[in-house]
Design a protein around this ligand. Structure first.
Ligand code: GUN
Ligand code: FE
Length: 420
């Protein structure tokens, strides 16, 4: 018999139609690792976690972030991607060859992530296998569930952060073996991006992904100079997406492509009906002057879109903050780029933050019965406004997202287990 318990509070979640469902003063019933339903009456004979007056929402998903970059989140924001990588990002990632440094830095990262609204993620570590396994172990011990990738880089990278192609493959295989000891943190194939991986490496990684049924994550169409560079590196490709396709890395397995700020028409077609999730990172795209991704157009074409912090391109671990950033940049897009592209609404942003990304992990990111019991509790009681008692729960969440995103959450459950 699975253990059943209830979580009491002001419950809300996004459903598959992107509508927000709300249940004031209600009980979310959890059966083992899954949600079994929501009811108004107090359930008998069950432990109740009482969060009366607080917002109870599904755990949010961060579909793209770099754990080793967390230490400089909020610094070095005055450059564009390629210079930023070379001057700041690569030197910091190089430090993870040292396991003592990795332990110190990843301890800070994992404890801050625990306090954030995120329950699921897909993380880039570094090229270092041992540090990446250490990070995975820390995340597993904190109760998280998600993907961590050992990064592959075998060209156009500084010596201290560049692998020999064979070593890169061997170390990836050994990483995948090492990850078998974890229950909830799983490996994901992680070529950094086309410029830092040789065609030979990319093709072998595609083979490993296929043979082992492992998902893939990388970067796509983030920055105009990067896109030009990819054209030079793979001159036979029609565009950046086509370069991945030529290497066997175009949604053969479940795939995350981060950014997708500058897809051309053909790439938009290529993203349709594929097992590819776009990780929209509005904060990073602003900080690194990358541009504004055409998210409204993607939603209209039913392309899978989720939100991501892209720490440290993004400075915050808060996905609720990414939701408000996504809305803000969509308004600039509407005003400055394409009047016909309607701004995103809060309802749509909340969907992308929860169920939109949750779908990458299976039945996650909503309180529909049978979904994973990933729950986050937000204490909105300190918001001072005369309107507090007049507004709906969805409006209370919107208020919280704009005014309080990034504050430590009041409680967190992952797969039915209380982790905070
Ligand atoms: N493209 C390749 N590497 C990176 C990275 O670390 N961050 C971002 N934002 N883009 C990248
Ligand atoms: Fe990134």
């Amino acid at each position: 018999m699975e253990e059943r318990f209830a979580i009491f509070g002001d419950i809300l979640y996004a459903d598959e139609d992107m509508e927000i469902r709300e249940f004031k003063d209600s009980y979310l019933i959890v059966n083992g690792t899954k949600v079994s339903g929501i009811q108004r009456s107090r359930p008998n004979g069950m432990v109740v976690h009482d969060y009366g007056g607080m917002l109870v929402i599904p755990g949010l998903t961060d579909l793209h972030l770099h754990a080793p970059q967390y230490q400089f989140a909020g610094l070095f924001m005055d450059e564009e991607l390629l210079q930023w990588l070379e001057r700041h990002t690569f030197p910091e990632e190089g430090r993870y060859a040292d396991l003592d440094y990795a332990k110190k830095a990843y301890s800070i990262f994992t404890s801050d992530l625990l306090k954030s609204e995120t329950t699921r993620f897909s993380i880039f570590a570094t090229i270092h296998k041992d540090a990446s396994l250490m990070l995975s172990q820390m995340l597993e011990e904190k109760g998280f569930s998600g993907y961590v990738g050992k990064v592959n880089m075998d060209m156009n990278s500084p010596d201290y952060l560049c692998e020999d192609t064979r070593d890169s493959i061997e170390s990836t295989l050994s990483y995948i073996e090492g990850m078998k000891r974890f229950e909830n943190i799983r490996p994901i194939i992680t070529p950094r991006f086309i410029p830092s991986c040789s065609p030979g490496l990319l093709k072998e990684l595609a083979g490993i992904s296929k043979e082992k049924g492992l998902p893939v994550q990388s970067h796509l169409d983030e920055n105009l100079s990067e896109i030009e560079w990819v054209k030079e590196l793979v001159p036979e490709s029609r565009n950046y997406s086509d370069a991945y396709r030529m290497m066997g890395l175009w949604g053969e397995e479940k795939t995350i492509m981060a950014h997708v700020v500058w897809p051309d028409d053909e790439e938009m077609n290529m993203l349709e009906n594929r097992n590819i999730f776009v990780a929209h990172s509005p904060s990073s795209n602003s900080n690194l002057s990358s541009g504004i991704a055409p998210i409204r157009k993607m939603l209209e074409r039913r392309i899978n879109v989720a939100l991501a912090t892209d720490v440290a391109g993004g400075s915050s671990l808060s996905i609720l903050r990414m939701a408000t950033h996504a809305i803000e940049v969509s308004k600039l897009y509407h005003r400055l780029v394409d009047e016909k592209s309607r701004p995103l609404t809060f309802r749509e942003a909340f969907y992308m933050a929860s169920l939109g990304g949750g779908r990458f992990f299976g039945s996650t990111g909503s309180f529909i019965p049978g979904y994973d019991a990933d729950v986050v509790v937000l204490d909105s009681s300190s918001i001072h406004t005369t309107l507090y008692d007049e507004i709906s729960l969805a409006e209370r969440l919107e208020l919280y997202a704009y005014r309080c995103a990034g504050r430590p959450v009041a409680a967190k459950f992952i797969k039915g287990r209380k982790v905070l």
